[in-house]
Structure formats: C-alpha cells, structure tokens
Design a protein around this ligand. Structure first.
Ligand SMILES: Cc1cc2nc3c(=O)[nH]c(=O)nc-3n(C[C@H](O)[C@H](O)[C@H](O)COP(=O)(O)O)c2cc1C
Ligand code: SF4
Length: 375
C-alpha cells in the first residue's frame, strides 16, 4: 500500500502520509468552549496513532454558533492558550493539526450559548430536526459573522495550528447559505448558486486576508445535500471551482446532513462490505476532475485495499476517516506494521452518545466488549 504512506504536502503543510483524521466533535470543551486538560491529552493520544493530519472537531466562531454540548469554541482570545496546548500536544507526536472552524447557523442550540444571543440563519426557515426557526441575518450580521471566521482563523494561527478548515458541510452555517432549501434570501446573498456562494466567498477572502497567502486554508464541503431543494452536485462543483480559483488549498468532499433522505447522512450506518465503503469517493472523483487543488475523500473508508484503489485510480489525494479512529486511534500504526485487516469500527454511531459525556469521544462497542471480558 505504498501510496498511503507517501510523504506529501498541502502547500506548506508537510504530511507523513495520506491519511487524515476527519473532523470529529469530541466533547473536550468546557461550558464556555475552553479546551479541557482531558482534551489536550485526548489529542496527544490520538496524534500518536500515525495519521498524517488531524482535523479538530468543529470550533464555534461566535457564542451563538454552538450546536453540541462540550464543543470547543474559538470566539475569544482567551481561548488561544488552551488551543495552543492542544497544538503542542499534537506536534509533540510529530503530527499536524488543522482547526475546523464553524458557525452552526440555524442548527445552533440556544440552551448551550455561553452568552445571550439569537439563533441565526440565512433565512427564517424552520430547521427540520430542531423545529427552531432562526432569525434571518441582516447584512450587518452577515459581515459580523464573516469577520468572526477571520478572527477565529487568526487565533488558530496564533495558537500554532498548521492550517484551518472551513466547515462547509453537513447542513451547518456555510452549507445553509449554499443550499437553496435553507437560503431563500431576496438580496445579493440569495438566489442562484452564484449569489448563494457570496457568503462563503467573503469568508474565504476575509480569512485569507488575516492569515496570509502561505497559511493552509482547507474546506470540508458537502458535494451533495441529498435533500429536496438542497445543494446539488452540479452546484457544489461550481462552488469547488470558485474556491479553487479563489485560493482554497484543499477540498474534503463530504455530503448529507442529519436531515438527509434515505439514510444519506454524513456518518452512514452498517458499512459491512467493501462495496459499502468509501460511499462518497465517486463524488470526490468528480471534484478531482474539475479542480486543481488536492481532494480529500471521506465517508465509510475502512480497508487499506479500498484506500489503495482510490489513491491509485486518482479519485482523491487523501483518505479521511472519523469513526475508525474513535475505535482504533492507532489504526495507521497497525496498518504500517503490516496488519492490514480492515478497521474494526462497525459504523453503529453510538459514539455520538459517548461524546456527550464530555470526557473525550470513545467507542461504546469496544468499551462494552472490554467490560464483558473483565473477570
Ligand atoms: C462523533 C462524531 C463527531 C463528528 N464531528 C464532526 C465535526 O465536528 N465536523 C465534521 O465536519 N464532521 C464531523 N463528523 C463527521 C465525520 O467527520 C465524517 O464525515 C463521517 O463520520 C464519515 O466518516 P467515517 O465513516 O470515517 O466516520 C462527526 C462524526 C462523528 C461520528
Ligand atoms: S461506537 Fe465504536 S463501533 Fe460504533 S461507530 Fe462509533 S467507533 Fe464505530
């Protein structure tokens, strides 16, 4: 499996191989979003596992952008110290780390806001899961949010991150602006995909202005919302081309949200056979044909064989995984040592509940098995 273990680089970001730990909300922030001591150790243990790059769980860039309990925040300079400790821990294991920055828009949970605030969305469209209707953002609030992304990127650079990744997937803030279902605005931020792209274009421009041209800026982008009226592959490819032309450094192609139809959620269930694996690789390949920047594929990747095929066929440049690293943080080391059995994760999604405990996400299945074995 030589290609997976090739040394590569995304701009200035030198990577020891082509494996990426995809962003994973890990429940390691406190009530205000500060990184906990346990969080620092969590990332140190993870980084020892041999992956080329870690993308952190989504960090909220404004107090009213938090969606999940124990999510890490990146909205206040006082948070830099904890973020720096996290970076130092990863670097001490010779691994690289990129901060995923996000505002969860209409999916934000006001019960978790560290300060008073409204739930914001591009339009006052009721969120299908939470049942909440956000306040339609004014142009002034849009500018405020654009600047909040830039400030978070600047903080990330100061903290020692090797890059940032904009979260443009899974039905959260940026994805809401891109989606025709969530964005019904009548002004210059709404309308066809050119106009719905405007917000993301402004975010990228503002981020680039503060971090400089050499600092890696990546995006995780939904290549398809798999939802009625949502972002289509053709629209997303248009977004990919614009981003590539306007200075993005890599695109991780994901898709779907918790509201997607027919089980097409980002973390799909029951990945059992090789044919079930890498369920978004063909979508990634469409981006690979259209844009010149590195493409990362994510979604159901479990076997070294499947990774080799994707890399050899040129469908993507990097293979990202999330749940396999929850069950086996040292998966890459295992494969490197010659044990090429597929990841043991059974794609059941019980780890979402584990992250809610606030002590670092872990595999519930593995824990139950170990408890059974104990005398
Ligand atoms: C517990 C958990 C937390 C997640 N948190 C994030 C996140 O913070 N940001 C993100 O972009 N995706 C997040 N995801 C989605 C994963 O990054 C990934 O896209 C998805 O699980 C498919 O990859 P996999 O089959 O390798 O798990 C999360 C998934 C899980 C299971
Ligand atoms: S609980 Fe464990 S086996 Fe189930 S999806 Fe999460 S990591 Fe995989």
């Amino acid at each position: 499996m030589p290609k997976l273990f090739e040394k590569t680089a995304i701009k200035s970001l030198e990577l020891r191989n082509r494996s990426v730990r995809s962003a994973t909300w890990s429940g390691v922030g406190d009530r205000e979003g500060f990184v906990t001591d346990r969080g620092v150790e969590f990332y140190r243990e993870l980084a020892a596992g041999g992956m080329g790059l870690i993308v952190t769980g989504f960090q909220y860039v404004m107090p009213n952008g938090v969606a999940m309990r124990y999510q890490v925040g990146n909205y206040d300079d006082a948070q830099i110290e904890g973020l720096r400790r996290l970076c130092d821990a990863v670097h001490s294991e010779d691994c690289r780390v990129v901060a995923q920055i996000a505002h969860t828009g209409a999916k934000a949970n006001p019960d978790l806001f560290p300060k008073e605030g409204d739930v914001w969305g591009p339009s006052a469209v009721t969120d299908p899961l939470s049942g909440r209707t956000p306040k339609e953002m004014s142009p002034g609030e849009i500018s405020q949010l654009v600047q909040a992304y830039a400030a978070a990127a600047e903080r990330s650079k100061k903290a020692g991150f090797d890059g940032v990744q904009l979260h443009g997937a899974h039905g959260y803030g940026i994805n809401q602006f891109l989606s025709g279902a969530a964005n019904r605005r009548g002004d210059r931020y709404g309308g066809d995909i050119r106009s719905r792209y405007r917000f993301l274009g402004e975010v990228l421009e503002a981020v680039r202005a503060v971090v400089g041209k050499d600092f890696p800026v990546l995006i995780k982008l939904s290549g398809n919302d798999f939802a009625q009226g949502g972002l289509t592959p053709e629209e997303s490819l248009y977004v990919g081309r614009r981003l590539s032309a306007e200075g993005i450094d890599a695109i991780e192609v994901s898709g779907g949200s918790r509201a997607s139809e027919n089980g097409m959620i980002p973390s799909r269930l029951k990945i059992r056979r090789q044919e079930d694996e890498a369920y978004l690789a063909d979508l990634a390949a469409r981006f690979k044909e259209m844009v010149s920047v590195p493409i990362i594929t994510v979604g159901g990747i479990r076997s070294p064989k499947v990774i080799s095929r994707i890399l050899d066929e040129g469908k993507a440049d990097y293979a990202a995984m999330c749940r396999p690293f929850i069950r086996e943080p040292h998966l890459i080391r295992r494969w490197e040592a010659g044990d090429l059995k597929k990841a043991t994760c059974i794609s059941c999604n019980q780890c979402f509940d584990a992250a809610l405990e606030g002590n670092g996400v872990y595999c519930k299945v593995d824990k139950k098995l170990k408890e059974k074995k104990r005398p």
